[in-house]
Design a binder for this molecule. Structure first.
Ligand code: NAD
Ligand code: RBV
Length: 435
């Protein structure tokens, strides 16, 4: 067999396999899809190029797609997020995977390119993306592949924003499913996932005691809310920055102070700063120059442009001391320093292992349902349009995960269903309902 993968170390495969086995127990949604579709193989003939963090949880996603009949080629969607033992376990099964922790920018794009290299089979017919880099690459560098692609399913808020921008500008040339805005994705992964994995990242990086600290969370959307709850839960005093009055008001009603970064830093507040906005230039060099000595600065949003990191790495008057992989101290000319995690990239995946399996099961069950639908029901989808999965499927995803948690649902009586004017079997809420 010719070697069609590039990973860090194949000898990590056994370890990876053991953790994948454990993760399967925590991913009931994906395992239920395997059971349901093991005979039907609805992805037979699918050639999926995927760019999603190459973690243990993603390994379970990949193997589910394969059990459903697909062929896949995979890369990570972030240069620091791969778990090398997960990649090794996948490579050991002869699944083409191109991902290792600590890729350079150039290697990162090379790896994503490799997911498109289907040899004589002429490109993928489905894409799974997280953040939109793969989708953009295909549109900009391989437009001839677009005509054979049934569509893309997109995992995260930032990727979805990019898709809607392309739709608006009429530059989107395939169908797309916005997985992020399934309720069982954004209201769970972004919130409860970050509630656990933010602290994991900060602690593995710094071992810092969070209780008693002042933590500043920039952005109070799904991710920000999870980050705030987490830090609050540890006993930190939490401050929030927001641009949106609705989200700012939500933060205040939950008891958090809302202020601006300038004011917070001026008042000499803030020991740990977290960006969770999906925006750019949120924490600037000017902010970091004025922060308290030894402030910890990190980002949990998708891209590394939330914190202005370039000058930290490039300016001669700022000294860099590497403490350990993905933990750097930067000393400013006045002698004060800040500690930057994951070079400004997603701290929960760079310094830890991302979200727990259970919450990723909900996200990835939506991903698999989206792929099955794009591939088998293409008549439902128009090129250039971004869709969401039907609410009935969203409810189905939740149901699959409830069983594992020993929760018993109440069933509507016929009379109650008529009174509410909803079917006994769902969907239970109108589309405008926000949960
Ligand atoms: P969201 O839109 O729900 O929340 C972002 C919030 O940031 C919004 O309320 C917005 O008003 C606010 N904001 C924008 N610019 C700001 C600024 N300059 N200052 C302060 N606040 C500002 O998005 P989300 O679902 O919370 O996702 C946020 C980011 O996290 C995205 O990039 C998303 O892709 C990413 N994400 C990461 C993970 C992870 O595991 N690390 C998980 C889910 C999502
Ligand atoms: N995310 N994946 C993991 N353990 O594999 N953890 C977080 C994992 C995803 C999450 O769905 C989010 O939307 C995306 O990473 C941001 O890139």
């Amino acid at each position: 067999m010719s070697k069609d993968f590039k990973i860090k170390d194949i000898s990590l495969a056994d370890w990876g396999r053991k953790e994948i086995k454990n993760a399967e127990k925590e991913m009931p949604g994906l395992m239920a899809l395997r059971e349901k579709y093991k005979k039907k193989k609805p992805l037979q003939g699918a050639r999926i190029s995927g760019a999603v963090h190459m973690t243990i949880q993603t390994a379970v996603l990949i193997e589910t797609l394969i059990e459903l009949g697909a062929e896949v080629r995979w890369a990570s969607c972030n240069p620091f997020s791969t778990q090398d033992h997960a990649a090794a376990a996948i490579a050991a099964k002869n699944i083409p995977v191109f991902a290792w922790k600590g890729e350079t920018e150039e290697q990162y794009w090379w790896a994503i390119e490799k997911t498109l290299d289907w040899g004589k089979k002429k490109g993928p017919n489905l894409l799974i993306d997280d953040g939109g880099d793969l989708t953009t690459l295909v549109h900009e560098k391989h437009p001839s592949m677009l005509k054979n692609i049934y569509g893309v399913s997109e995992e995260t808020t930032t990727g979805v924003n990019r898709l809607y921008q392309m739709m608006k500008n009429q530059t989107l040339k395939i169908s797309a499913i916005n997985v992020n805005d399934s309720v069982t994705k954004s209201k769970f992964d972004n919130l409860y996932g970050c509630r656990e994995s933010l602290a994991d990242g900060i602690k593995r990086a710094t071992d810092i005691m969070i209780a008693g600290k002042e933590v500043v969370v920039c952005g109070y959307g799904g991710v920000g809310k999870g980050c705030v709850q987490s830090m609050d839960g540890f006993g930190a005093r939490v401050l929030v920055t927001e641009i949106d009055p609705i989200c700012a008001l939500q933060a205040v009603m939950e008891g958090y102070e809302v202020s601006t970064l300038e004011e917070i830093i001026d008042n000499n507040e803030g020991d740990i700063f977290v960006t969770a906005t999906g925006n750019k230039n949120v924490i600037t060099l000017e902010h970091m120059k004025e922060m308290k000595d030894e402030s910890i600065v990190c980002n949990i949003g998708h891209f590394d442009n939330e914190i202005e990191v370039d000058p930290l790495f490039n300016r001669k008057d700022i000294k860099r001391i590497n403490i350990k992989p993905l933990v750097d101290k930067f000393i400013f000319p006045d002698g004060h320093s800040i500690i930057l995690l994951s070079e400004g990239r997603l701290v929960n995946l760079g310094n830890a292992t991302g979200h727990p399996s259970f919450v990723m099961s909900a996200s990835f069950t939506n991903q698999v349902l989206a792929q099955i639908s794009l591939f088998n029901e293409s008549e439902k989808y128009e090129e250039g349009i971004v869709y969401r999965l039907p609410k009935k499927l969203d409810e189905e995803v939740a149901k699959l995960h409830l069983e594992k948690l020993n929760a018993d649902l109440t069933e509507l009586t016929q009379k109650q269903a008529e009174y509410l004017d909803v079917p006994i079997e769902g969907p239970y809420k109108p589309d405008h309902y926000r949960y």
